[in-house]
Design a protein around this ligand. Structure first.
Ligand code: PMP
Length: 431
């Protein structure tokens, strides 16, 4: 595989941007090698500047449920673009999207659009602190909630591959307001609520933790966690930046039947354009300026082009209901990959949910044979994933450049591509 143009662009990029990238995991540090510079994409495929093509299982980290360059999203964007692309004042696009979301998702009575998942989380936490008059936030070890200072404490995502789990530049006083507990451990949750009685404003969780592998939580744990929060008069914030509109239209809140007080969205809600959102109970959202005293603003918030993309995406999801078929396809991939691994005598299992899967490379030694928290990820994960990653890449399959990130499928992926993936995986394990 010729990668000379990517190599030379990467050398240039390193001179002008930290690590040559604009988001750390893109630099391939976790797996080594040269990041591919992507020139264009279509459906489930991406094409790099050297003319190589890859079946994409990273899918821009989640937003593209209908694949790259979905025709309807593209048309809506082009139409919006032809009228203008930023007004900095009220416009009908965000109204239509907000009405659609609040109509279809009962626990989102009011919504505010921002530009990223990080902003959504940052703002939701501010609301929670204002409403409760408390400062502390409970989060879970390995859950990533964007690069908000207070959330860069034992997070996941790109950080999972780095030497230190925390970020430099986060002050000790900010970090001290974050309480970190292990996932899937209700006793730890209850203990933390006792220990910090009347101080915890909210508990924030990815109800489907997907930034440090796919750490499936039990419904029982999620329900007990929410009940413990309510008993302590703390708000429940579901961070559905990945799971929202992806695992079901109403995300994990819909699937678990748990009603969060506040919820954060990103990724799918913008159809691949920069959109984040936070929303929830109207009485909480009315704390936000200009109605309430919680300040939050944005020059480019509710950008009309991004809103048009998001609205088209969500309407199409509602109309098509692609969730059952995507889950079936994921199940098939998972079973097939497990079969191939076992043929090679390879310790491996595929944890999956809806249109996402994560391959565990190593022995899983837990009571229910599932990896449900960070400590249970086998020590062999990084090294073995890295080898498989490069073998797959060589054969034209692009998975996330980190063994701690999940794979995403879209409606644009085809059975023929999956068949080729199975052959490539078989060869990769052989190699
Ligand atoms: N929350 C979760 C659950 C996420 O997965 C992410 C991004 N991976 C974020 C927040 C941050 O979103 P963004 O990268 O758009 O700032």
């Amino acid at each position: 595989m010729n990668t000379t143009r990517s190599e030379s662009l990467f050398e240039r990029a390193k001179k002008v941007s930290p690590g040559g990238v604009h988001s750390p995991v893109r630099a391939f540090k976790g797996v080594g090698g040269v990041p591919r510079f992507i020139e264009r994409a279509q459906g489930a495929e991406i094409f790099d500047v050297d003319g190589n093509r890859y079946v994409d299982f990273c899918m821009a980290w989640g937003p593209l449920l209908f694949g790259h360059r979905d025709r309807e999203v593209q048309e809506a964007v082009e139409q919006a673009l032809s009228r203008g692309w930023s007004y900095g004042t009220a416009e009908p696009y965000s109204l239509e999207l907000a009405e659609f979301i609040t109509r279809e998702i009962p626990w989102v009575q009011k919504v505010r659009f921002v530009n990223s998942g990080t902003e959504a989380v940052m703002s939701a936490l501010r609301v929670a602190r204002a409403v409760t008059g408390r400062n502390k936030i409970m989060k879970f070890d390995g859950c990533y909630h964007g690069h908000v200072d207070s959330m860069l404490v034992r997070a996941g995502s790109g950080l999972a591959d780095m030497a230190s789990p925390d970020s430099a530049g986060v002050s000790a006083s900010v970090a001290s307001d974050t309480i970190v507990v292990p996932l899937n451990d209700i006793a730890a949750v209850k203990k933390a609520f006792e220990l910090h009685k009347d101080q915890i404003a909210a508990v924030i969780i990815e109800p489907l933790p997907a930034n440090n592998g796919l750490l499936l939580q039990t419904d029982t744990f999620l329900k007990e966690m929410a009940a413990a929060a309510r008993a302590a008069k703390a708000l429940v914030i579901f961070d559905e930046v990945i799971s929202g509109f992806r695992v079901a239209f109403g995300g994990m809140a819909q699937l678990t039947g748990i009603t969060p007080d506040l919820v954060t969205y990103g990724k799918v809600i913008g159809g691949g354009f920069p959109v984040g959102a936070y929303g929830g109970r109207a009485d909480l959202m009315d704390w936000v300026a200009p109605v309430g005293p919680v300040y939050q603003a944005g020059t480019l918030s509710a950008n009309p082009v991004a809103m048009a993309a998001g609205l088209t995406m969500l309407k199409k999801l509602k109309g098509d209901n692609p969730y059952p078929i995507l889950a079936q396809r994921t199940e098939r991939i998972a079973q097939e990959l497990e079969k191939i691994a076992s043929k090679h005598g390879f310790e491996s299992q595929v944890q999956r949910f809806s249109s996402m899967f994560w391959t565990v490379y190593g022995k899983v030694d837990t009571a229910d044979s599932m990896v449900r928290n960070q400590a249970q990820i086998p020590a062999t994960q990084k090294e073995r994933y890295t080898k498989v990653f490069h073998e797959l890449l060589k054969r034209g399959f692009y998975t996330a450049p980190s063994g701690f990130e999940v794979s995403f499928i879209s409606t644009a992926h085809t059975d023929a591509q999956f068949e080729r993936l199975f052959i490539a995986f078989d060869e990769a394990l052989g190699a």
